[in-house]
Design a protein around this ligand. Structure first.
Ligand code: HEM
Length: 449
């Protein structure tokens, strides 16, 4: 079936709509959507129906994209025609406000420019010192034979690091309370992602009340950060100093939104990357042995440079981000109709660009379900289509913290592996559930040897 052309969009009426699996005439794919594990279902749909698949869920048109060329067009070459989806905003704006992840247009541009200096390569050595000192403290609290919940340990560590590195605050005492608040917040999004039932937050369901309380804890911590900068209690130059000095000044709400955004975006994802990497190394002792000897051979004084140049570590992290991308999907809405993969994509539909699906596509990755870090040779990277691997997205809205994240993940991993070997205790196969990010369904328990 072909929809009538919108004469202003320049997309001809002969351009077909994307294929769509059989659906109920009234409710479309809503029923299937609610029942399935979205990650598995999307993978199956792309295998059966191709790179562009149209679904109708709760009256909304959702288009799944799994072709690198189309993904590049949306994120890079025709990015000006795409904005963040309104559903994403409806669900996450009580947390992220109008911070960088959700902002659009001139406001996004101005804020991105304002925050970029904090992520300049020159800032990385200072951040590396903080990453090292927090990781050392954690290592000192562990002993050989301990069994740890890797995700929990990594989330607490990366939260302390981001709060210290970007905002100059020591959360050692508060990391647990704030960590619990973040857990509640994520549980809220996990439930929405799994049931796709969104009850407005003013309805006082027990779940909404828990979520609001967690937000209050987070807001209080953010206010303390801003106040401590205003009163000079935190004298060091931090991201908040940039915000306070910014031309024209940023309003209190704008600062709140950016601080929360950086706290959320800046700790959870990296902790997940480390958790999945730990799991994969526990499952693959041969790879773990090779990367462990590589990092144990590094000179302690030059560890930051050593880690940056360590090929084994780089490949392990790349491969882990391929198999278990902490961000499993990116959502965009076309402003005007576009053509992707030869199909008409109407304005207002929700496009889902799934790292989870594309990173496991055997057209781009041999034996895609296997953890094979040594696939990441220079030749392989040169031959890979740009849109086939995008753990940090691409184009102007590429992750602002990618450099920080890679430095942090590699340094933490190297420091742990220099002291301990991971033994997987939980023999449950890894299952993931989509929330705001890709979450392991069960705790990943590791014995430190
Ligand atoms: C392994 C760790 C990380 C992964 C996989 C990751 C992934 C991503 C992805 C896929 C996006 C694009 C989302 C979209 O367009 O819908 C994004 C955006 C963003 N990330 Fe990250 N991220 C990571 C770590 C970090 C860190 C450490 C920070 C900050 C310290 C950070 C800050 C941001 C910000 C501010 C944006 C919004 C950028 C914009 O729209 O201009 N991320 N990230």
């Amino acid at each position: 079936m072909t929809t009538p052309a919108d004469p202003s969009s320049g997309v001809g009426s002969d351009v077909p709509e994307p294929p769509s699996p059989p659906s109920h005439p009234l409710i479309g794919h809503t029923h299937q959507f609610f029942r399935a594990n979205p990650l598995e279902w999307f993978t199956g749909l792309s295998e059966s129906y191709g790179d562009v698949v149209r679904l109708r869920v709760a009256g909304q048109s959702i288009v799944l994209l799994s072709n690198p060329a189309d993904i590049e067009r949306v994120l890079v070459t025709n990015n000006q025609n795409y904005r963040k989806g309104s559903f994403q905003k409806l669900v996450t704006s009580s947390l992220l406000g109008n911070g960088l992840v959700l902002a659009e247009g001139d406001e996004w541009r101005a804020h991105r420019r304002g925050l970029e200096p904090a992520f300049h390569p020159d800032r990385m050595p200072g951040y590396a010192r903080r990453i090292r000192s927090h990781t050392e403290r954690l290592l000192n609290s562990w002993s050989s034979g301990d069994v740890i919940d890797l995700e929990e340990e990594m989330k607490r560590l990366t939260l302390r690091i981001i709060a210290d590195a970007l905002f100059g605050v020591d959360l050692t005492e508060d990391a647990t309370e704030l960590g619990t608040a973040f857990t509640r917040i994520l549980e809220h999004f996990e439930r929405i992602s799994q049931t796709y039932v969104y009850l407005p937050e003013w309805i006082p369901t027990p779940e909404n009340v828990r979520y609001r309380r967690a937000l209050d804890t987070l807001e209080a911590a953010v206010q303390e950060i801003i106040d401590a900068h205003r009163t000079g209690e935190i004298g060091r130059r931090t991201v908040v100093s940039y915000l306070l000095e910014n031309e024209g000044g940023w309003s209190e709400d704008e600062m709140r939104d950016e601080i929360v955004t950086l706290l959320v975006a800046g700790h959870e994802t990296t902790a997940l990357a480390l958790t999945f990497t730990g799991y994969l190394l526990g499952r693959n002792p041969g790879v773990a042995g090779r990367v462990t000897s590589a990092v144990r051979g590094l000179d302690n004084d030059g560890i930051v440079d050593g880690v940056a140049e360590c090929v084994e570590l780089d490949r392990v992290v790349k491969e882990s981000l391929r198999l278990y991308p902490p961000v499993y999907g990116i959502f965009r809405e076309p402003i005007e109709d576009d053509v992707l993969g030869g199909y008409r994509i109407p304005s207002g539909s929700i496009l889902a660009l799934n790292q989870w699906v594309v990173h496991r596509d055997d057209r781009f990755f041999d034996q895609p379900d296997e953890f094979r870090p040594d696939r990441w040779t220079e030749e392989f990277e040169d031959s890979l289509s740009p849109g086939a691997y995008f753990p940090f997205a691409a184009g102007p809205r590429r992750c602002l913290g990618d450099r920080f994240a890679l430095l942090e993940a590699k340094l933490i991993l190297a420091m742990i592996l220099r002291e301990y070997q991971f033994e997987l205790v939980s023999e449950v196969p890894l299952e993931v559930v989509p929330s705001l990010t890709t979450q392991p369904k069960h705790p990943i328990r590791i014995r430190l040897n």
